[in-house]
Structures are given as C-alpha cells and as structure tokens.
Design a protein around this ligand. Structure first.
Ligand SMILES: [Mn+2]
Length: 318
C-alpha cells in the first residue's frame, strides 16, 4: 500500500497539503508540477489499497484517472474549488468540492480541519488573490497589520514560484518548496528562518520590472488585454502581473497572454474583482480551457484562434 500526495504547485496546493500533513503526518510520494500542470492524478499508477490525496487540481481534468484509480481499488480524498463536472459517486471517493468564488482549496481544508492550521489557509487565500477571504479567515487570529501584510507577501511569493511552462522555469521545484515549508507550524517562522521568502520576493520584483516595457493591446473601462513575449520571466511573472492589474482596476476584466515558442499563447483571464464571474465559461469554449468563475485560463491558444478569443473576451466583459 502506498500513499500519494498530489497537489497543485501553487500556494493554495502547497498550503492545502501542509495543513493536512501537520494534522496527519504521512510519508507519501509527492506528485506536483507548475501551476498549469493540473492533470496530475494520471501520473500515478494506483493499485488496490493505495491512498491518494488530491488537492487544488480540477476534477474535470482528472476524472478519468480518478475513475481508473477507483477501479483499481485505491481510495481517494479530493479537495478542490475549480469547475468539477460530474463528481464520481463511489464509497472509496471522498470529495470536498466547492466552486464558490470566495473559497480556495486551502480554505476547504481549513473548514475540514475546523481552522486548526488557519495561518496557512490565510497564506494560501492571499496567494490565490482572495484578499477579502484571507482577511476574514485571519480575523480570529488577531494578527497586527504588519503580520497580515507579511502573510500576504508570502502567499504571493509562493504563488509566483508556480508559474512557468515547465518546472525548469521555476526558482524552486514545488515539491522542494513543500518540503522546506513542511517543518513549520507557523508561516511567520518560515519567513524568518528560511531564505525562500527573500529569494522569491527579490526574483519576483526583478521579473515585474520587465513588464514595465509592455503596453496593453487594448484597454477599456471593462476589459484590458496584454501579450507578454516568449521568455522565462514572462512565464513566471504573468500571475503576479495579472493580480496586480486586477487590484489596480477592480471593475475591469484582464487577460494576460504569454507567447509560446510555437506561436500559440498561454492565456490567463481574471474576471473583474467587483463582479467575479464568467472567466470559466469564456475559457471552456476553447480547447485546453478551464478554471473558476473568477479566474480561468487556456493552456495553448493557437495563433489562428487569437481573434476569436479577443472577440469572446470583449463580449463577455463589456
Ligand atoms: Mn487554488
């Protein structure tokens, strides 16, 4: 019998697993990748009796692998907040799925653990740019402004690390980042005792400087679209850049496209923060699209689909 911990490589995935393992330590094989590596369950050849914990990757993208694992006699526990599709009904499948726009996977785990490791759920919610949810979750902890701001920065830094075409673009492999975090009950100690936070903060700032040379393809009051060049900094910074745009213009939807070597685009869409809806429907209309109401994406939008995407984006947010 083997344990597998399968998690998105962003702050939400890492902090979701960390909360669970603080509560129930377990030596498991770690299966993770970049933020966009979401078809993770299929990487495991599950056998009878194996236990798979799956965090922060959409069930829609993993349902066939989940069915296969269940058919092999494995047991799965699944936490997620992305559009799910049909949820398998099986006695060995325990699903905690909630697609409300103000929750993230770490907040679902926090709910499951009755707030036991809340600080890490707060970090994750900040990482997923759910600022109001993070602040609300932090309320009973009575943190001061400085502490809250540090947790916000930590969430953003861990989240930033997950962005890349492959793990080679990343500063830390997400499995290594999880292992660095694993000994810490308290993220405030992690920030001080490990170099990770400072390294990521510095690297993120350098990448952001590069975006200053990029202007919007178009920008109205309702929607704006940016295309970043084919470069490692683009692939790393596009999430932070998108979050920054969303915060600066909360009434506006944003699309950030990153050019790939083959001329196609990685697409990230953020719905307006004031009305966080429609991003999932927009992106699901394209091959390789998926995500949540508030934030969604397309893995590889072909060059010849660019105009259709721009038209749908403008039509969704006008
Ligand atoms: Mn998430």
């Amino acid at each position: 019998m083997k344990f597998y911990d399968i998690f998105n490589g962003d702050a939400d995935g890492i902090c979701a697993l960390h909360q669970l393992r603080l509560e129930q330590p377990r030596a498991a094989e770690l299966v993770t990748g970049t933020k966009r590596d979401i078809a993770l369950v299929g990487r495991v050849a599950a056998q009878a009796g194996d236990q798979l914990t799956v965090l922060d990757v959409s069930l829609r993208s993993n349902v066939e692998a989940v069915q296969r694992a269940l058919a092999s006699g494995a047991k799965l526990q699944y936490f997620d907040h992305h559009a799910a599709g049909d949820i398998p009904q099986h006695p060995q499948f325990q699903a905690h799925i909630d697609t409300a726009p103000d929750v993230c996977t770490s907040l679902l785990v926090d709910r499951h653990l009755a707030g036991k490791h809340r600080l890490w759920a707060v970090v994750a919610a900040f990482g997923d740019n759910l600022v109001e949810s993070a602040v609300r979750a932090a309320q009973p902890l009575l943190l001061d402004h400085t502490e809250l701001a540090r947790l916000h920065e930590l969430g953003e830094a861990i989240n930033y690390n997950a962005y890349g075409e492959t793990v080679d673009d990343l500063h830390y492999h997400p499995a290594d980042l999880y292992r660095a975090i694993a000994p810490y009950n308290d993220p405030r100690h992690f920030i001080v005792d490990e170099p990770v936070f400072e390294v990521l903060k510095q690297a993120g700032a350098e990448d952001l400087v590069c975006t200053e040379a990029v202007s919007a393809e178009f920008a109205t009051d309702a929607a704006a679209l940016y295309i970043l060049p084919d470069a490692a900094w683009s692939r790393r910074v596009n999430g932070v850049f998108g979050n920054r745009l969303a915060r600066a213009e909360p009434q506006r939807a944003h699309a950030v496209l990153v050019t790939k070597a083959d001329g196609s685009y990685t697409v990230s869409v953020r719905a307006p923060r004031n009305k966080p809806l429609g991003a999932d429907v927009l992106c699901l209309a394209f091959t390789g699209g998926g995500g949540r109401k508030a934030a969604a994406g397309i893995n590889a939008l072909p060059q010849q689909e660019l105009m259709r995407f721009i038209a749908s984006f403008r039509n969704t947010y006008k």
